[in-house]
Design a protein around this ligand. Structure first.
Ligand SMILES: C[S@@+](CC[C@H](N)C(=O)[O-])C[C@H]1O[C@@H](n2cnc3c(N)ncnc32)[C@H](O)[C@@H]1O
Length: 256
């Protein structure tokens, strides 16, 4: 099933994406589970709350799905859903994938394995508020691997010059997910889409991409597997008073 209205699905995005209409989106902007936080499977299979810093306190945020793959299965899985997204995007549509430093090589590989052209890496500088490490470089950035679908991204697109680095701290009041991104970061990222376009985020979490899309005047579709975060995202979007539909389950066979 495909609807052109703003929609937040609850379910496994790989299943949901297969039910969406081909060539119907103008950008893919997403922050998938990184399956990071360690080099070995034992380290990766720890709960996300043990892997990712929580500002000194644990269990402020609910756990979420999809964080426990080893490197080979993470690469395979990402190639699967990115290939589905390739089918869904229009020619020249931009793609932006969040990554940390550990998963950067894998992310640039899978982007290209799925058929997209890799065009760059945009650093998100979280500023000096992040935890310092004595005797080491401060781990202060995450990255947005970006590219375009199906070849060319003509310079005639109606998009202005965009920043080469986004410098923005994490503020507690604007963090709604254990690995939630600041709304301002997502507002800057979604501007890679042509005005009024339709943005896809298959891993919506607390809905920050969708909130940013709404604030910047785009249409949007999101998926989220974890019930708690689906609800958080739905509440945030409702608070913006946007018109959207929010199926509790995916409408494809074998919904989660
Ligand atoms: C890194 S978080 C996204 C956070 C988001 N950018 C925000 O600001 O809140 C990734 C999300 O993907 C969800 N997820 C994991 N596997 C999924 C799947 N197969 N289908 C849909 N969502 C999934 C997780 O539950 C998690 O909330």
């Amino acid at each position: 099933m495909t609807t052109t209205s703003n929609t937040l699905y609850r379910g496994d995005s790989l299943q949901i994406l297969t039910g969406l209409e081909a060539v119907s989106f103008d950008a893919l902007i997403t922050d998938p589970p990184y399956s990071s936080g360690g080099l070995h499977i034992g380290a990766r299979q720890r709960p996300a709350s043990e892997k990712y810093p929580q500002g000194g306190q644990k269990l402020i945020y609910s756990e979420f799905e999809g964080e426990n793959r080893d490197q080979r299965s993470q690469g395979y899985w990402m190639t699967l859903w990115l290939s589905e997204c390739y089918r869904l995007l229009r020619d020249g549509a931009p793609v932006c994938l969040f990554s940390d430093w550990r998963q950067l090589p894998l992310t640039t590989d899978v982007l290209q394995a799925a058929g997209f052209t890799w065009r760059g890496v945009l650093p998100w500088d979280k500023t000096e508020g992040v935890r310092p490490q004595l005797g080491r470089f401060r781990n202060q950035a995450e990255y947005i691997v970006w590219g375009g679908s199906k070849g060319n991204m003509p310079g005639t697109r109606l998009v202005p010059v965009l920043p080469g680095v986004i410098r923005e701290p994490i503020r507690r009041a604007d963090k709604h997910h254990m690995t939630g991104k600041p709304t301002e970061v997502m507002r800057q990222v979604v501007r890679i889409c042509e005005p009024g376009g339709r943005i896809l985020d298959p891993f919506a979490g607390s809905g920050t991409t969708l909130v940013a899309a709404e604030l910047e005047g785009y249409a949007w579709t999101g998926c989220e597997l974890t019930e708690h975060y689906h609800q958080v995202a739905a509440d945030r979007l409702r608070a913006l008073d946007s018109q959207f539909t929010s199926p509790r389950r995916s409408t494809v066979p074998n919904p989660v």
